[in-house]
Design a binder for this molecule. Structure first.
Ligand SMILES: CC(C)(COP(=O)(O)OP(=O)(O)OC[C@H]1O[C@@H](n2cnc3c(N)ncnc32)[C@H](O)[C@@H]1OP(=O)(O)O)[C@@H](O)C(=O)NCCC(=O)NCCS
Length: 154
């Protein structure tokens, strides 16, 4: 897994397509390529990609002061349950920690069982709920609510 500080336009387009494919089940709205580029290059932004030449998995996050945030985690459906998601998340956490984060937060749709299971196994605990967080067009399966999950890194 690689940290990519300044992804080029082609990589951002590939990742946006990957995320749209990965989130097609309604996990959450996916980012446009330009947003991935801007978030990765912004102060505190972190993008990790399994293989930048042929991506199957990526994670995007940011750190502000001592708080990290997971903004996106996507694995191509064809390669799931082989550890790519957990690996990308671990690499993102390492980079957020290196950037000063002591705690990592994320939002996950309440009905997203796969992601909730992954985050729970990675040590995240539910810390709150954001009602109506996801726009209804995201067609999240059980609810439009997000659960806030948190993990202490140190
Ligand atoms: C969630 C997601 C990133 C998981 O990626 P993945 O590469 O399949 O995950 P991993 O193989 O690393 O799984 C790690 C662990 O998470 C849990 N897990 C992952 N997918 C699961 C599923 N469908 N059902 C139950 N548990 C699951 C398991 O404990 C798994 O370990 P195991 O395979 O040894 O049982 C992937 O399903 C995805 O891209 N989903 C759509 C996008 C999304 O929901 N992103 C998160 C938005 S907040």
């Amino acid at each position: 897994v690689n940290v990519v500080a300044r992804p080029d336009a082609a990589l951002c387009a590939t990742l946006a397509a990957l995320q749209a494919e990965a989130y097609a089940g309604g996990a959450a709205p996916a980012y446009q390529a330009a947003s991935i580029a801007a978030l990765a290059a912004a102060a505190g932004g972190v993008l990790v990609v399994d293989d930048p030449a042929r991506p199957d998995a990526f994670a995007l996050g940011r750190v502000a002061a001592d708080e990290g945030e997971v903004l996106a985690l996507a694995v191509r459906p064809a390669v799931r349950r082989r550890g790519a998601g957990a690996g990308a998340l671990a690499a993102l956490e390492a980079a957020l920690s290196a950037g000063g984060a002591g705690t990592v937060f994320l939002e996950v749709a309440e009905g997203n069982d796969a992601a909730r299971a992954l985050y729970a196994r990675a040590g995240y605990a539910v810390a709150g709920r954001r009602r109506g967080y996801y726009p209804s067009k995201a067609a999240v399966s059980r609810a439009d609510d997000a659960l806030v999950m948190v993990k202490r890194l140190c």
